[in-house]
Design a protein around this ligand. Structure first.
Ligand SMILES: Cc1cc2nc3c(=O)[nH]c(=O)nc-3n(C[C@H](O)[C@H](O)[C@H](O)COP(=O)(O)O)c2cc1C
Length: 339
């Protein structure tokens, strides 16, 4: 069923096919036809407990697919153990001009330079409140395009405060390659200053309502071993609750033969898999297992999922693999990990 649907969807322009796919999923869900989509049953997964949260299974939907939290119920019905929405910014913004999303089908990859197109955090919060979803929900926050990098902390603090009442965990996205200067926040004093402010705010928010929301940092794959070690040191110093590794890559290794490889943006999918697993492994070693890792990047099979867990991830996420493999891939991984 998904194979047929995929052929139809892939014949459409990329962003149109995205909208049609999400719309079809919503309709199937509203008609209670989720079983036709071929996803996993939550009851068939292996539960895990990470960051003090109970997850029905370890496989989540990565940020970027449902930026505005408009499809949570339908996505959750496919068997994901958790859903991450966003990246959302304090104010709505259109993102980069189109075209900005490219499928490299032969390589099972995507290049995107969306640029945090989103309707703003208030819109997403409204949609979350309207949804029936009661599962684990991550909210991924970013800075607006026109907020100077020196003032990025202001945007992240707005995001953290607003997301707090509804998020199971909040992800601070420091690793999109499509917002100029953003990745510089992963390094040195800039990172330490930001983490310091975020931790102080997390403490204040917890004191105010008694509930504690874990804080997760999302990093890039384009980091060498020393850089991974330095980031790990800062995450430990400030007691960050989790780290997502990784976002998309600027590398074009493995896709040089595809004419689309020259498109600017972040590469995701199969060609990213090994680089992301390397970062997870190095991060896990540097952290000494003291901070849990959400492993993401190029997972396209149960074997890829197991590799990430072996490298040290406690939770997993997929995006590009889901575009190519659809709900049957969710079932393969969720049910396979429970064997
Ligand atoms: C079209 C597209 C949009 C994305 N948007 C976001 C985003 O808004 N925020 C974010 O943290 N990651 C975003 N990502 C990155 C994914 O969450 C993920 O980290 C990355 O694609 C690697 O996983 P994958 O190979 O399974 O896709 C996006 C990825 C794609 C392909």
């Amino acid at each position: 069923m998904y194979g047929l649907m995929r052929s139809l969807l892939f014949s459409l322009p990329t962003e149109t096919s995205h909208a049609v796919a999400m719309g079809s999923m919503d309709i199937a869900h509203a008609l209670r036809l989720d079983a036709l989509m071929g996803g996993a049953r939550l009851s068939r997964g292996a539960p895990v407990s990470v960051m003090g949260i109970d997850f029905p299974n370890a496989l989540g939907l990565a940020a970027g697919l449902d930026k505005n939290a408009e499809h949570i119920d339908a996505l959750a019905a496919l068997g994901f153990g958790f859903i991450e929405i966003g990246t959302v910014t304090p104010r709505p913004q259109p993102g980069n001009p189109k075209p900005r999303l490219f499928r490299l089908v032969e390589q099972q990859a995507i290049i995107n330079r969306m640029g945090f197109n989103n309707k703003g955090i208030e819109h997403a919060l409204g949609r979350i409140r309207q949804s029936r979803f009661k599962g684990v929900l991550g909210i991924n926050i970013g800075k607006n395009f026109d907020t100077p990098v020196e003032k990025a902390a202001d945007d992240y603090l707005i995001g953290l405060r607003k997301a707090w009442p509804v998020a199971s965990y909040v992800v601070v996205n420091l690793s999109s390659p499509n917002t100029p200067g953003l990745r510089s926040l992963q390094y040195g004093e800039d990172l330490r200053r930001l983490l310091d402010q975020l931790k102080a705010e997390q403490l204040l928010l917890k004191q105010a309502d008694g509930r504690r929301v874990p804080l997760v940092i999302k990093i890039a794959p384009d980091l060498n071993t020393d850089e991974v070690g330095l980031i790990a040191g800062s995450l430990l110093e400030f007691g960050i609750d989790g780290v997502t590794a990784t976002n998309t890559t600027l590398s074009r290794v493995g896709v040089e033969n595809n004419p689309l490889h020259k498109e600017a943006g972040g590469l995701s999918g199969a060609p990213l898999c090994d680089a992301s697993t390397r970062v997870i492994k190095e991060l896990h070693q540097a952290l000494g297992g003291r901070i849990p890792i959400i492993g993401v990047g190029g997972i396209g099979s149960l074997a890829d999922a197991r590799d990430k867990l072996e490298a040290g991830a406690s939770l997993l996420q997929i995006y590009t693999g889901f575009i190519y493999g659809g709900p049957p891939l969710v079932r393969e991984i969720v049910e396979g990990l429970a064997q």
